[in-house]
Design a protein around this ligand. Structure first.
Ligand SMILES: [Zn+2]
Ligand SMILES: [Zn+2]
Length: 383
């Protein structure tokens, strides 16, 4: 049996563009597809022929070889072309899905052309949950109430009054969409009669006025794990609004935010706390008591001569790391508080101290001012 020319099979010119090939293939594949012609041997052969031709011509390299050598390019011992036509079954169904995907009731049909018209996935819901830093530290179970709509119990979500049934929309034949010619084009739009549902309720359910859903407040328990951070999103699959007329429900997204803490700042798993200490503690050393996020307190030793902004690390007193056993650290940053509202006696004592003070008491100041002096002296020499 001599093979027909591939271009002839597809009914296109030798100069056909890729998209022309595609259109031609699509048309012919539709006509000859075995699904549409059950038991028709001839259609099957035609379909294979069309497929083979398209597989070759759609591939730039194969097409070039075919243009030069014709079918000889792919015969045994030829240029190593694969034998089309044998294992085309699975391969073909992939292609078919790509081309016609939605028309054949592809999986995941919710809204639109895929699923049954009228079935609609419920909307996703967002819930903002604000928790304290202590709660983020310990984790918590939060009970939230969300206003949402659920399938109407009276009519089981159909929207039709008990004893009646929704009937198929006569305007669109249940498709949910109608086509209207507009000049050269056929425009498809949502059916004005059933608003895309594909069916009409003549006798609406009194509980839901035919919507199939009613508004309710739902109570949900949310488990917030220890260590969560600001901006975290928790998804609760299927906890969103219920779908329309048997459609699947949407999801609920809980967006976490963490209230600012009066004295802890967080950086990842570490916590920072600024603690004022007295001038005397800073100078003479001492021990201070600092807060810990778990509600306890701990002691920090302040060595003599501590300056403002000095940090002390307390290991393992920070935030837990989400879904791990690690724990961050707590950093205490001290700031030396200058005494205010001095009594006469206190002033005298400080003045007395000042008179006895030397550069060694304030090495930083001494160093700084000697640098300043040097700067101006060398500056004046330059001038
Ligand atoms: Zn109802
Ligand atoms: Zn309709």
């Amino acid at each position: 049996m001599s093979k027909r020319d591939y271009y002839e099979v597809l009914g296109v010119a030798k100069t056909a563009s890729e998209s022309e090939l595609k259109v031609a293939f699509r048309k012919l594949a539709m006509v000859h597809h075995p699904d549409r012609n059950p038991g028709d041997k001839e259609a099957e052969i035609k379909f294979k022929e069309v497929n083979e031709a398209y597989q070759c011509l759609a591939d730039g390299q194969k097409r070039a070889a075919y243009d030069r050598f014709g079918h000889a390019a792919f015969s045994q011992g030829g240029a190593g072309g694969p034998g089309f036509g044998n294992e085309f079954g699975d391969f073909m169904s992939d292609i078919f899905e790509n081309f016609f995907g939605d028309g054949r009731g592809a999986p995941g049909g919710g809204r639109g052309r895929g699923g049954a018209p009228g079935r609609e996935r419920g909307a996703d819901l967002r819930y903002n949950l604000e928790i304290s830093l202590e709660e983020a530290f310990a984790g918590k179970t939060e009970t939230i109430r969300i206003p949402t709509s659920i399938a109407c119990e009276t009519c089981s979500g159909t929207g039709a009054k008990a004893g009646s049934k929704p009937r198929t929309c006569s305007t669109c034949g249940g498709y949910g969409r109608v086509r209207a010619a507009q000049g050269f084009f056929a425009i498809e739009r949502t059916c004005p009669n059933c608003h895309g549902r594909g069916e009409v309720v003549d006798d609406p359910c009194p509980s839901c006025s035919g919507a199939g859903r009613v508004n309710r407040e739902r109570t949900l328990s949310i488990n917030v794990p220890a260590g969560v951070d600001d901006g975290l999103r928790i998804r609760l699959a299927g906890e969103g609004e219920s779908g329309l007329r048997g459609g699947p429900p949407g999801d609920l997204y809980v967006f976490l935010s963490i209230k600012p803490h009066p004295f802890f700042q967080r950086d990842g798993a570490d916590l920072f706390c600024r603690v004022p200490i007295s001038m005397v503690t800073a100078a003479l050393s001492g021990e201070i008591t600092v807060p810990v996020i778990d509600g306890s307190q701990t002691q920090v030793r302040i060595p003599a001569g501590t300056q403002t902004a000095k940090q002390f690390r307390i290991k393992g007193k920070g935030m837990p790391v989400l879904r791990s056993r690690e724990v961050g650290d707590l950093y205490i940053q001290v700031s030396v508080e200058t005494p205010q509202n001095l009594t006469k006696r206190q002033r005298e004592l400080l003045q007395e101290f000042d008179q006895s003070a030397s550069d060694e008491n304030h090495p930083e100041s001494a160093g700084f001012f000697s640098k300043v002096r040097d700067f101006f002296v060398s500056g004046s020499t330059r001038a």
